[in-house]
Design a protein. Structure first.
Ligand code: ATP
Length: 240
């Protein structure tokens, strides 16, 4: 689907400061409607911090940020957005199916929970308390939680980290289905093959700013691999 002129995320010179450390240092990007935008960057580059800004969990210290043309975190926009966090300690003893039913109850028009459980292969562990699930199972439940409210924009923070190849392919298929149904996706990943397989637009973040962005084809037009483009435009975390 070609991008229209109305971005789902518009960030202009966004800054975030934690104490004396500036973690986002003038980050500017746009993510287009109906597309998959992948944020790549070294550990500590600020990707999660940016997603937290986009979902209203952190207020930027400076710059301008609009999500679905609104200020992030307002009830109106929160209801239209899904977030799959990297990890969450919040759920603890609740069983996966009960958690998803609870989350579904927060939305006006949720997806049918049983169908979502079936689609993501959660059925075999749906009655196990969240804290006893394996890391990959928790990831999958987190993904279901991000989707249950039928978001028009979904933020996925390292959605396939720790997943086995079957679960990873299921997640890839799901991201493609989301895009085909018009949902906009912004995801982070450290897997270059994942970015190449899924992303319409790749944004490489380094030390709190966008180092380079474009389609995978554009970025690798000279025959360089995406990993080499990444290495060329970023610094190792220890070099901060
Ligand atoms: N609440 C916080 N207080 C202080 N520093 C923080 C806080 N949250 C994040 N940081 C710091 O901000 C920097 C960016 O962290 P962030 O999690 O956004 O990186 P990332 O790009 O998502 O990294 P990774 O790829 O390792 O997940 C890190 O140096 C981190 O220690």
């Amino acid at each position: 689907m070609p991008p229209n002129s109305d971005p789902v995320v518009a960030a202009d010179a966004v800054t975030v400061r934690f104490g004396s450390t500036e973690v986002l240092r003038g980050l500017s990007l746009r993510a287009d409607r109906g597309r998959v935008t992948a944020l790549l960057g070294p550990n500590g580059a600020g990707k999660t911090t940016f997603l937290r800004c986009c979902t209203g969990l952190i207020a930027p210290s400076g710059g301008s940020l609009r999500v679905l043309a609104e200020r992030p975190g307002t009830p109106a926009v929160t209801a239209r957005v899904g977030l799959m966090p990297q990890s969450t300690g919040a759920w603890s003893g609740i069983r996966a199916a009960d958690l998803l039913r609870y989350l579904a109850g927060l939305y006006a028009h949720p997806l049918p929970v049983e169908a979502l459980i079936e689609r993501l292969g959660i059925g075999t562990y749906a009655d196990i308390p969240y804290r006893r699930l394996s890391g990959g199972q928790q990831q999958t439940v987190n993904l279901a939680g991000a989707l249950v409210g039928r978001p028009e924009l979904v933020f996925l923070d390292e959605p396939t980290a720790g997943l086995d190849p079957h679960a990873r392919r299921t997640s890839w298929d799901l991201v493609r289905e989301l895009r085909a149904s018009g949902v906009s996706v912004v995801l982070t990943t450290h897997a270059m093959d994942e970015a190449a397989a899924l992303a319409d637009e790749v944004v490489i973040v380094d030390r709190g700013r966008v180092a380079v962005s474009g389609t995978v084809a554009d970025l690798t037009a000279d025959g360089t691999s995406l990993e080499d483009v990444f290495l060329r435009h970023t610094h190792a975390e220890a070099g901060r």
